[in-house]
Design a protein around this ligand. Structure first.
Ligand SMILES: [Zn+2]
Length: 211
């Protein structure tokens, strides 16, 4: 009987101990197993917004996306991209690529456009009723606001196809208006693009830390 009690107690301690070790390992692994899908919007036959001087949204967002990819990889995160070149990828394909990669986060990078050429600034959209999407959205705003480059219009919930279909928490980011000459100048500046990418990287890292 005594032997049985010792056996049972040993089993309980082992179970508790193993579980604890497992949790610690999981914490360490979160960053390395975390998959960020960067969605450089538009591409190929779809230029997205086009500025008055001919700068295209597809080129700007691809450039920023590649910078973000590099920064996140330096942080040892797993990074996937819906496109790496000037190619057309449909919204359905973007969702499929995201699902197939097992993405934990989907970050869609756009620029904005308006008939009112005076309109400028940052806007984002998060998934309705998804607290994780909202959290990432607020972290992105906090980081981009710190750059103090353009007015911040805040985030709003939206029902866009990508947001509706993505099972991973997703955010759409409109980094300024290509239709506005001031925003266009910023967006076309490679140093500014690097600063945008660094801000997005910091927001994503903070998001992961909070998991
Ligand atoms: Zn766009």
């Amino acid at each position: 009987m005594k032997n049985l009690v010792v056996l049972v107690l040993t089993a309980i301690f082992c179970f508790a101990g193993c579980k604890k070790d497992q949790l610690v390992t999981d914490d360490l692994d979160i960053k390395e197993s975390f998959v960020v899908m960067i969605d450089a919007a538009h591409g190929g036959k779809d230029p997205g917004a086009v500025s008055q001087s001919g700068v295209t949204e597809k080129d700007i967002v691809l450039s920023i996306s590649k910078k973000l990819e590099k920064l996140l990889k330096q942080e040892k995160l797993r990074v996937e991209m819906t496109r790496k070149k000037d190619t057309f990828v449909s919204l359905q394909e973007r969702i499929m690529l995201s699902q197939n990669s097992g993405a934990d986060l989907l970050v869609c990078i756009h620029t904005n456009n308006s008939r009112d050429l005076a309109e400028r600034g940052l806007t984002t959209f998060y998934q309705r009723q998804n607290p994780k999407s909202m959290k990432l959205d607020s972290l992105i705003h906090a980081e981009l606001k710190d750059l103090n480059m353009m007015p911040d219009h805040g985030g709003g919930e939206a029902n866009f196809f990508i947001l509706k279909q993505s099972s991973a928490p997703a955010v759409i980011i409109d980094l300024g208006f290509l239709s506005n000459p001031d925003d266009e100048k910023l967006l076309a500046d490679l140093e500014v693009q690097s600063q945008f990418a660094a801000s997005l990287k910091r927001a994503i890292l903070k998001y992961i830390e909070l998991l």
